[in-house]
Design a protein around this ligand. Sequence first.
Ligand code: PAF
Length: 279
Amino acid sequence: MQIFNTQIELEGFLSKIRKKGIKIGFVPTMGALHEGHLDLVKKSVEENDYTLVSIYVNELQFNNPIDFNNYPITKEDDIEMLKQVSCDAVFMPSSEVMYPKGYKKISLELGNLVDVFEGPLRPGHFDGVVQVVYRLFDYIKPNTAYFGLKDYQQCMVIKALKNQFFHSIHLVFCPTIRMETGLAMSSRNKRLSPLGLIEASYLYKALTTIRDLSIHIEAFDAINYGKLLLQKRQIEVEYLELANADTLAPGKRWFRKNKNIVLLAVNIEGVRLIDNIGF
Ligand code: PAF
């Protein structure tokens, strides 16, 4: 597996293989890899000639410095895991490479997309994601890029970025990979105790209960029932809400079939977890 640390080596190599018609698949990550990431990498390996994964913990997207400082760094394990799934290359830039002196921040009009859910709770988060993904797309110019639907709102922000700046990049949003208990795979799960992991499995139980109730009762009541389920487990809920899957506009009544997305954010043992279900 090739390892690139600088933009110059990376761009030089990629432009050569691009000229030969080699299809490049790209999976951006912040490391601390788990099965969810590996699923994206496997899809890329299946669908492209060459798969590149980036590992870069992007400080710009952390609104909380404690969260940034606690972010797990597992470089050696990450490289080993990527080799196991036949990844072709990994890009591990320093902050100087990612954001060289005098680099230009881009501005992207995200409108209502960032006025809800994660937007107000994590000021600056999506702007940080936009800056880093813009720069990665610009360096790599992949044919296809892969993202996990666990970060649903992020997927929508990336779609807006693509629509404005990168028409030729094809985006693939992949279903959330879950543990047997239903808990969505996340690098943050590493910070939960065994008891915390059990508590966290109630998130998916609440989401599936809400989905199942949708054929019997109105959204407002189903969501309240889901909140009660979590509160009974003493889980601190930041939000649990229904939104339109295309616009993220919150709603109190069900949307049309396949246009419903229920999103949640909670805190368990001081670890912030997000999840969602679409139906
Ligand atoms: O989803 C993530 O891991 C990050 O937000 C991303 C897309 C790699 C940008 O830093």
